[in-house]
Design a protein around this ligand. Sequence first.
Ligand code: ADP
Ligand code: MG
Length: 306
Amino acid sequence: MNQGLAMNQVRGDYFDTFNTITSPAPQEVLQAAMDECAYYNKLLSKTVPGSDVWRINHNHGEPVTVSEHTRTILEMALEMNRASEGAFNIAIGPAIALWHFTDGTAVLPDPEKLKEAVKRADCSRICLEENTVTVPEEVEIDLGGIAKGYICDCIADSLRARGVTSALLNFGGNVVTVGKRPDGQPWTIGLQRPSGERGKEFWAAVKSSDNTLVTSGIYERSFQLNGMTYHHILDPRTGWPVQNHILTVTAVTKSSLLADAITTALFVLGPEKGLALAQKYGVSAVYLRDDGKVFFDPDLDIVFVK
Ligand code: ADP
Ligand code: MG
């Protein structure tokens, strides 16, 4: 959406997604903040040898000392796992891998293997004591569903520390706003229409200043088989993609770390349980169902697009 006045924009390819910072601040200031993503990627990626997550997964069940960043993310991840009764689960990776969402093979997983993977996704066996993490050998963690939110918060704080008073960060659908638009109005954030052209068609718009909007949608990574759509958000209790007719859910709050964790949980839980969980955390949420019905927190400043 056009946010008015002269803007600079930097782009960065991190966390398997496309990230942008848009702001009237000088390009080199924005670039310096964006460059910090490389540090977080090295720390939090599952696939970078030596990262905190890699060390946790390769230490044969022995304790690992992690950074303050990783500790903060893990604390939120474990809390959200408990608060959502298991709907948000950072140990679901082995089940995700069986679905091959990213390599284009549209096949259903072997049910026995899926059962085994679900059994391994037991967050109650992840032990976090201050900065020490102990994870049994068969449990594997992946912060892919939560780290982007935390990093977005950190980069927004870095921009503020560099004197930036107005910016819009979009890290693959995690949006954080710093201050207001340069013209003093709040930023307007469009919610992607699931069936529409990416970045062009919106089903609603939310006003935002110094907060975050995070969306979980089934249109991101999925495949079709025999008339069914299989998408990348799994019900951790079964290992199957959630089938509750929800197309997309967006959470609006201050912390993008919280928003990232909770949107995945909200998706799995559906509107009734989800809106109650959101309220408990002071998060405003809006759901869109496949029949066009909308469920949302009445406090949310939202405009629906016909
Ligand atoms: P995205 O990463 O596409 O922006 P999300 O933040 O909703 O969207 O995270 C989805 C990712 O989280 C999936 O790609 C998958 O790896 C993982 N995931 C899927 N189901 C769950 C779940 N129930 N709990 C935690 N992570 C999940
Ligand atoms: Mg998430």
